[in-house]
Design a binder for this molecule. Sequence first.
Ligand SMILES: NC(=O)c1ccc[n+]([C@@H]2O[C@H](COP(=O)([O-])OP(=O)(O)OC[C@H]3O[C@@H](n4cnc5c(N)ncnc54)[C@H](OP(=O)(O)O)[C@@H]3O)[C@@H](O)[C@H]2O)c1
Length: 421
Amino acid sequence: MAAIAKTVIATGASSGLGFEAIKQLLLQQTQPYKVILGARNTKSTIAAFDALAYGRSGHAVTVLPLELSDVRTVKSFSQQALEKIGGDKIDYLLLNAAITNGAEKPGPKGWRWCESVVVNHFSQHYLTHLLREKLVESKSRIVFVSSGAIRRITDPSVLDDMLKSASGADGMNVYCATKFVQLLNAHWWRRQLAGQCDVVAVSPGLIPNTGLSRGNGLQLSMDMPDAKPIETGAQSILAAFTRSDFPSDPDQIFLTSWGDWWGKDIIEQSLDKNLQDKWSWSKEEIEKEVDTMCKFRITVTLCACQDPACKRKTDAFGQLDSEVMQKHGGHILWISTYLREGPLCLDYFTNEDPNRLVVRHGMDRNNGNSKQDCKNRTFIIDPNIKRCFIMCDPCKDLCDLLPPSLGSPKSQEFRPVNESK
Ligand SMILES: NC(=O)c1ccc[n+]([C@@H]2O[C@H](COP(=O)([O-])OP(=O)(O)OC[C@H]3O[C@@H](n4cnc5c(N)ncnc54)[C@H](OP(=O)(O)O)[C@@H]3O)[C@@H](O)[C@H]2O)c1
């Protein structure tokens, strides 16, 4: 294989049609491929690819963690994938992962939308946002694995109600709605990246022997009219990598499993630009949806100074805006507990710095909680504050008020604030 390797980033290639499509790329010997796959079970995916007899000298497979119901992993996947690619191009972005779960349960990780639309659409749209610069630089081809099921959405006004978290809609209806929304999004990206990247939506056809019906229990069988084997379905997907006979009308982005570009009359409902815009959120809107700020609840001991305008009060821990601090006055001397409230956000990290803020305020540097950090974190100061009996030395010099109790340096004890009255 003398040709320069082409790079593929793919979702949903750990099993089913995606696995078969990548397998077919790896088992041919004319064109080398570097594939970077996102998988929720990296171990079994690596084992599945290791078991294939493909030429290791030409091709290379990297499997990275990706759980599409959790956009934090989408962010880390994009970062790791870009690091792996380095100065190379992304030739193809294959967006193939999908599930068919109904919308009975609340949405994952704070989403107000059901898991299926998060996995099948929002997360893969977010991934495209995160890779955008590199995709443009590479003049990549973006392949959305779509479905003939999009034709079942004849009235797009049902989408909101159906795809909301815990809407109760069944797996088949939700699946069709998510594939329709995904096609709206493919049109949107085609418009955004016109002249920069090729965007193709492709249907593999009716392929019974995959894991797709796990979520809705729908029984597909090879006896059904038009049913095709998985090898044929994967070939239909791969046709979207190479077809260059794009119709002159740029809206005709849908390649069928029999090789035709669907006419606009068939995909008409998905051509509504307002609807495309509505479902194609900005990166920031997606991050906001999943509550991007880590929140921590802290219990604190305050200096004896009760001045609401205490000169030692800084913005550390949000003291300046805190109603609790306003009510009690003084400043935080140290914190005794520091506990997460709610989910991790996208900017979470583990902070091992021995001089980190919470350690400077009295927490044990080996306490695991004290290592939780986030560049966008916010704090809730627990109203059950304690107060030190005496003023700290800097306050003695600065404070205009007298300390409430003289005490003595030897009796620096703590007691609940209601006992100190
Ligand atoms: N089969 C058909 O008849 C048919 C027809 C039309 C269109 N399609 C489309 O073809 C594509 C592939 O479907 P398939 O039939 O091959 O289904 P499949 O066997 O269930 O494969 C789905 C793939 O998506 C991955 N995936 C699912 N949820 C994920 C998550 N939360 N995070 C990360 N990855 C996740 C799966 O990973 P795991 O290995 O971990 O499960 C698997 O790799 C889908 O877009 C589907 O809509 C299929």
